[in-house]
Write a protein that binds this ligand. Structure first.
Ligand code: UDP
Length: 240
């Protein structure tokens, strides 16, 4: 039985990283598309106003708590979220598993050149993995049909969509009935990480749940979006 908590009306699955991974494995053995999203407090705040995003998160098959703020909120409200399950760590596990089990992946997103570079690096790091294909994330509406055809004709098991949030969530939702893969997962800036054009926060920041702070140091222009973080905590404390 699926157990979820609601954080400001956004349902999040109560799962540890291990349980999330087990669930993803069962998705890969099934025969339908499973939508997987990893919201953080910023996204939860966007969903307060963007009702379409809120609906999409409600209809997802697995929603993982990516962001220390969600764990803090769960603690304050005693909701029982187990731990943070980040998108990038989950993607890493899926890549390892895909290499072992000969599953195929498709990467959609990032600047032209980056998706290809990311795939090359993934192929090197996860020997045996099947790359079904890739496409950058700056396509036109008229290219979408071709991209979906490419994803389907190469029998992709897992589609990683890295268009940033909430674009990737909406893209997956809009095309869910045409996609033949088993998992479609929004992975934010993952293409840049695998391409090597962006770096993950050092382990110490990751351990302390301060990736957002590292990101702010590296990309100070994100401050406007990140102002959602204190707002999120105020909502948690005072919203009835
Ligand atoms: N991106 C894209 N197409 C777009 C807009 C963005 O492929 O139309 C990519 C962008 O190149 C970057 C990623 O989406 O690789 C967004 O990364 P970010 O870490 O900002 O994601 P977020 O924090 O929004 O989840």
């Amino acid at each position: 039985m699926r157990k979820q908590v609601e954080i400001l009306d956004v349902p999040i699955d109560i799962v540890s990283s291990e349980e999330a991974f087990e669930k993803l494995k069962t998705f890969l053995e099934g025969d339908k598309l499973n939508k997987v999203f990893t919201p953080n407090p910023e996204i939860v705040m966007i969903a307060q106003e963007d009702r379409e995003l809120a609906r999409i998160l409600r209809e997802a098959d697995l929603v993982l708590a990516d962001g220390i703020g969600l764990i803090i909120a769960s603690k304050i409200k005693n909701l029982g979220l187990k731990e943070r399950v980040t998108g990038i760590d989950t993607m890493e596990k899926l890549l390892t598993y895909s290499a072992e089990q000969s599953k195929s992946i498709y990467l959609l997103g990032g600047k032209p050149g980056n998706a290809e570079l990311a795939c090359k690096n993934i192929e090197k790091a996860y020997s045996g993995i099947r790359i079904a294909g890739f496409h950058h994330g700056y396509f036109k509406e008229e290219d979408v049909e071709k991209i979906i055809e490419d994803i389907n004709k190469n029998n992709s098991d897992i589609l990683f969509v890295a268009l940033g949030a909430p674009k990737q969530e909406k893209w997956i939702d809009l095309h869910k009935d045409k996609l033949n893969c088993k998992i479609a997962m929004g992975v934010g800036g993952a293409v840049d990480i695998y391409a090597g054009t962006a770096k993950r926060a050092p382990i110490i920041f990751q351990k302390l749940g301060l990736e957002w702070f590292y990101r702010l140091l590296k990309e100070p222009w994100r401050i406007k979006r990140m102002m959602n973080l204190p707002k999120f905590l105020l909502y948690i404390l005072f919203k009835r």
